[in-house]
Each structure stands twice: as C-alpha cells, then as structure tokens.
Design a binder for this molecule. Structure first.
Ligand code: PMP
Length: 295
C-alpha cells in the first residue's frame, strides 16, 4: 500500500510528496529531524522525541510554526492513517523554500513532513551473531561547529564514516570525537559492559560516553540507562577510549531502529568472547517489554 505522507498540513500519496529544489533542507542540509518507532500504534517516548526536535530547531534558530503538542498528535495520526501499528516514523522540519543564497531570512515558512513507513531493521542473524565494527577515521562534528546533539539534516560526517565501514566490509563504524574519545556510531549510541570493580559494590558496570561531550543523546540510550539502573547495574556516563571497548566484557549499540544490538568485534579484537553476551540479551528483553507496554 502506498504511504500517506503528511506534509504542510495535509496528507498526500507518497508519489505526490515533493519538496522544492529551492528548499534549504535540500540545498544546505538546513533543517532538523527525528526517527521514531511505534509499537502497537504507540510511538515510543514520543514526548522525548518531540522535545529533542524542538531543541534541535531552537539551537539552529528555526521556529517551528506548530505547538509541540500538535506535532505529537500529528505523529500519532500519521501512524493511524497509514494503518501500520509498528511504523518507523520520520519527522522532518526544514528551513523551507528560499533562494539560492544561504540566508535563512529568505525562507519564510519551514517545510514540515511526516513519513510513517515500514521499519528497516538489521536482519535477525545480526542480533544472533553480533556486529563486526571498526573505528572510522572521520570524527563526529566538533561540538562548537555543529553540535552532534542537534539532530540536523546534515549527516555528511556520519555518511563519510559509514562509507569507510562499507569499504572495510564491516557492519558498522565507531566515530570518535576530535579528542579521540569514543562518541557514537553512525546511527546508534554505544555502551560497554564491565565486570564489577572496586567502586561498583559487586554490581556489573555499564559505561557510555557522556551526552554533553558531543554526541546525539539517544532516546534509546536514555531508556537503556533507566532500565539498567532498575536492574541494579552501576551505570556511568564517562569518557571511553577504544581501549575500553577492546577490553570490555560486552559492547552493544542502542538506537530507535536497532533497539539494542551486540558488537562482537572492535577493530579486529573480539569483545566478550566474540559472541553476544548475557547482559546485552537481558537489556534487550527489558527494552522490548518496556517498548511494547507503552514506554
Ligand atoms: N546517534 C546518531 C548519530 C543517530 O542518528 C541516532 C539515531 N537517531 C542515535 C545515535 C540513536 O538515537 P535514538 O536512540 O534516539 O534513536
């Protein structure tokens, strides 16, 4: 069935959904977006996604001509209209149509559209065998250039990193920040699981890079942190180096589409015995229970 795209106030068939060649989202990557997943008609953590969208827009001085509550209702409506209870939703706001100069003042009206599509997942065998990843030479954007917390339409550094992974024949890549600390993957956040240490009082330790250091603060990442705290892990948001990943008991990625997926090899070093580990599996079970019960 053809998708119904909500665009600037009304639905149209996907074959008719068009943006102008003068839209600054296209010409300059000037815009923001969200990727949201519905479980049984209910978009997971919709409020957090909408808040992140409006914060991204605020950071680039893009005024969205719609209240956040109305935007959230529109996302729910797009899921219903497309008749897909488990849709992957792409919510996009661009600077809008302007002229060929980059002056945003020439764009009087932002373009807004919502696509509620079929979800594209890693195939099931990737969850069973885990991912082989390498570190990309391309770092994430410097936080004072284009802060990675802004989910902007400019994904070129992440795409360049992805191309490095494709050329290396691996499943995903790890991106570092400009200081060489681990930041994130091209579309996912990253966690390392370690055995209990002196500080953790017998609990296993979950570590992930701090969001303010320059990475996208994933909605899945935040849900996993909450679930891990409930499950009595010692959760630490602290800088990680590649060494921390090489020596971790388990490494996994989190993201809206992937949910939680194991990494079994980092730059050729098997992590956690080279197969998906029990903590990753446990957190994935907890995450799916949370997502399917309404988040
Ligand atoms: N980092 C990047 C660069 C991403 O594009 C995404 C996906 N939106 C994530 C992390 C994970 O974020 P979330 O859990 O909100 O999907």
């Amino acid at each position: 069935m053809a998708l119904k795209i909500w665009m600037d106030g009304k639905y149209c068939d996907e074959s008719e959904a068009r943006v102008s060649v003068f839209d600054h989202g296209l010409l300059y990557g000037d815009g923001v977006f969200e990727g949201i997943r519905a479980y049984n008609w209910k978009p997971f953590r919709l409020r957090q996604h909408v808040t992140r969208l409006y914060n991204s827009a605020k950071a680039i001085m893009l005024a969205i001509p719609m209240a956040p509550e109305a935007m959230a209702r529109q996302v729910e409506d797009a899921v219903r209209v497309n008749g897909n209870p488990d849709a992957y939703i792409r919510l996009v706001v661009t600077r809008g149509v302007g002229d060929l100069g980059l002056d945003p003042r020439k764009c009087p009206k932002p373009t807004i559209f919502i696509i509620a599509a079929k979800i594209q997942l890693y195939p099931p065998e990737f969850y069973e065998k885990g991912l082989d990843v390498v570190t990309a030479a391309t770092p994430v954007n410097h936080r004072e250039n284009l802060n990675p917390r802004i989910k902007s339409l400019n994904y070129l550094s992440h795409i360049l990193a992805k191309i490095e992974g494709i050329q290396a024949g691996v499943d995903e890549v790890i991106m570092l920040d400009h200081e060489g600390y681990v930041a994130e993957c091209t579309g996912d956040n990253i966690f390392a699981v370690d055995l209990p240490d002196r500080r953790s009082q017998g609990r296993k330790v979950l570590r992930t890079p701090p969001a303010n250091a320059g990475l996208l603060k994933g909605i899945t990442r935040d849900a996993v942190i909450e679930l891990a705290l409930d499950a009595n892990f010692d959760v630490r948001e602290e800088p990680l180096t590649r060494y921390d990943l090489f020596t971790a008991e388990e490494v996994f990625l989190t993201g809206t589409a992937a949910e939680i997926i194991s990494v079994v090899k980092v730059d050729g070093r098997p992590t956690g015995g080279g197969k998906p580990g029990p903590v990753t599996a446990d957190l994935l079970r907890r995450f799916r229970a949370l997502a399917t019960s309404g988040g």
